[in-house]
Design a protein around this ligand. Structure first.
Ligand code: DGT
Ligand code: CA
Ligand code: CA
Length: 578
């Protein structure tokens, strides 16, 4: 019998949906309750239902599972479908269940909305609420209507992925909380979080424990939980107060490496590894690697698994099936740049520009971070007083930085300036005005609606400007807000590499421009890179770590990053524009 790899909660989901549809339809309440109970039983059960089906076990022997439900579970696991659900789905618009995600809307209210106003999607719900059609319905009212509208807006906002930086404090706090439970031994936040992706959908935590039940209880007793989605003997799912979902699993020590590898992903990486296993006649899953005789041949650690395949250890940031498996086979993986290797920050803002900090505060923070160089780069429009506020002459700013250099002989202070690129690709200030600065960063903003060709030309022209040393956030994207300018990025990257213009990695967590994929491509075409925190106050200099994550995801080594230079090499490098 063909059987799918399906978790209990995935199986339960079928019954929940079926119950929701039947309730919207106004079906027999006893039947609906039977499906809901089944969903709960499956979800919280310690048995692995897909496995029981595979082994041909009679599910109706289990407590709380009747014959009809047992038959349906077999259908779901073997076909991936539930015919009764397919049938009832056809009677409604495809997205009607989305309405149930809105606070205050249950199946009964959705039934009324659909029958009286034909509402079958969130768009239609929002429109009807805005047109005050909902308050007229029986059982609704002005207050309910307002609440629904708020709910839709909130849902649309929060149904999104989280920036890595948004998830990070929640992840750390939960990690510490779990660590505090004595019976939990090994513990890692896996998934996209461990791969340091710029956004994460949910957290996947893998652990080992000699008391899994106690670990599950401890997890479910965490203080910042909004909802416990499921709680089982070895895995549980919760939703945190900020709507971030967390899956928590407890596995045996023998399987820890395999589980960690599986749940770190990415899915594409896993699939590629599984393919390699199949070619050898092996099987890989979250429990281990098994040979033809189903004997476990690896699984305790990730290192052991990679070694078994004849590969070097692959850092999580590289696990995207973008060539890392081949490189690991050939011993050609990059030696990824580490935080320790960073010696400076190349994009800082002070109150002379739109930042808040005194230059001294940033210098102090730099020493604390162990840096030996620091590049100030306030925006030219501020330094040249174009924002209509009281403003000292630019010479004062330069003198201030010279004084700073005297005061901090252990730091090499670089006097940079960020200049906007005009619509035609020229710089907003002329050569003479920029001359007193050590370095010019050219920055592109998305204020003009330019065609791909025009935008590319604009950047190429800026890159070839003799004073420009760094190109800031080349695609001008903001994660989850705007995709960025349309441009021929390959051409921009190539030209920058040829001209010796460094590509900035803007470390602000919603920028991370260039992206990982572009970084890897640019690295291969010989470009140099520079990390800038774009900090406006000292503590924001720690944001450099998000840029470092991105650099590592882009396969960068220390030698690719200007930030790793010794002070003695910097001057040579500054002048080196070809
Ligand atoms: P996310 O949460 O959307 O930011 O991304 P991930 O990578 O954390 O994905 P998630 O949470 O859906 O699953 C965690 C890991 O579990 C994923 O990286 C790889 C593994 N995984 C999930 N689904 C599959 C699958 O269908 N096949 C394989 N081979 N692995 C999977
Ligand atoms: Ca995840
Ligand atoms: Ca997950």
């Amino acid at each position: 019998m063909g059987v799918r790899q399906m978790s209990n909660s995935e199986i339960a989901q079928f019954f929940k949906e079926l119950a929701d549809y039947l309730e919207i339809k106004g079906d027999n309440p006893f039947r609906i309750r039977a499906y809901r109970n089944a969903a709960r039983t499956i979800e919280t059960s310690g048995y692995d239902f897909a496995k029981l089906v595979e082994e041909g076990y009679d599910l109706s022997q289990l407590p709380d599972i009747g014959e009809r439900i047992a038959k349906k579970i077999v259908e779901i696991v073997t076909t991936g479908k539930l015919s009764k659900l397919e049938e009832v789905k056809k009677e409604f618009p495809p997205h009607i269940l989305d309405l149930l995600k809105i606070e205050g809307l249950g199946p009964k209210k959705v039934k009324t909305l659909y029958e009286k106003l034909g509402i079958g999607s969130l768009e239609e719900l929002k429109k009807a609420a805005e047109e005050h059609k909902i308050r007229e319905l029986p059982g609704f009212g002005e207050k309910t209507e307002e609440k629904i509208l708020k709910g839709v807006v909130l849902y649309k906002k929060e149904g999104k992925r989280f920036l890595f930086a948004e998830a990070e404090p929640y992840a750390s706090e939960l990690y510490e909380y779990l660590k505090g439970f004595k019976a939990i031994h090994q513990l890692t936040i896996a998934g996209s979080f461990r791969r340091r992706k710029e956004t994460v959908g949910d957290l996947d935590i893998v652990s080992t424990s000699d008391d899994p039940l106690g670990a599950m209880d401890h997890f479910a007793s965490y203080g910042k939980i909004k909802e416990i989605v499921s709680k089982g003997d070895t895995r549980s799912t919760i939703i945190l107060e900020n709507n971030l979902q967390v899956d928590f699993r407890c596995v045996s020590d023998l399987s820890y490496g395999a589980a960690l590898h599986y749940f770190t992903g990415s899915k594409a990486h896993n699939i590629a590894v599984r393919k390699m296993a199949v070619e050898k006649g092996w099987k890989v899953n979250e429990y281990g690697v098994f040979n033809e005789k189903m004997e476990r041949i690896a699984g305790k650690t990730e290192e052991e698994i990679y070694r078994l395949f004849g590969m070097d250890y692959i850092e999580p940031e590289l696990r995207e099936d973008r060539g890392e498996l081949e490189a690991a086979m050939e011993g050609k993986l990059p030696k990824l740049v580490t935080a320790k290797e960073l010696r400076g920050d190349w994009h800082l803002r002070t109150h002379y520009g739109d930042g808040e900090a005194e230059p001294e505060e940033l210098a102090e923070k730099a020493l604390e971070l162990g840096y030996t160089h620091l590049c100030f780069a306030d925006k030219a429009s501020y330094l040249f007083c174009e924002h209509g506020r009281e403003c000292p002459p630019v010479s004062e700013y330069l003198e201030r930085l010279d004084a700073l250099q005297k005061k901090y002989p252990k730091l090499r202070i670089i006097k940079g300036i960020e200049v906007e690129i005009e619509e035609d690709g020229s710089l907003a200030y002329d050569t003479k005005e920029l001359e007193p600065f050590d370095l010019v960063i050219a920055a592109v903003e998305e204020e003009y609606e330019l065609s791909k060709e025009k935008q590319t030309e604009r950047l190429l022209k800026a890159i070839s400007h003799p004073q420009v040393r760094i190109l800031a956030h080349p695609t001008c994207r903001i994660i989850a807000q705007r995709n960025g300018c349309s441009l021929d990025i390959e051409k921009v990257i190539d030209t920058a590499a040829k001209e010796g213009v460094w590509l900035e990695i803007d470390a602000r967590p919603d920028r991370l421009d260039l992206s990982d994929v572009h970084l890897k491509a640019a690295r291969d075409s010989g470009a140099h890179f520079v990390l800038g925190s774009v900090a406006a106050k000292p503590e924001e200099m720690e944001n450099i770590r998000y840029g470092l994550n991105q650099a590592r995801r882009g396969w960068l080594e220390a030698k690719h990053l200007v930030n790793t230079l010794e002070v003695s090499e910097i001057d040579k490098f500054l002048k080196a524009k070809k």
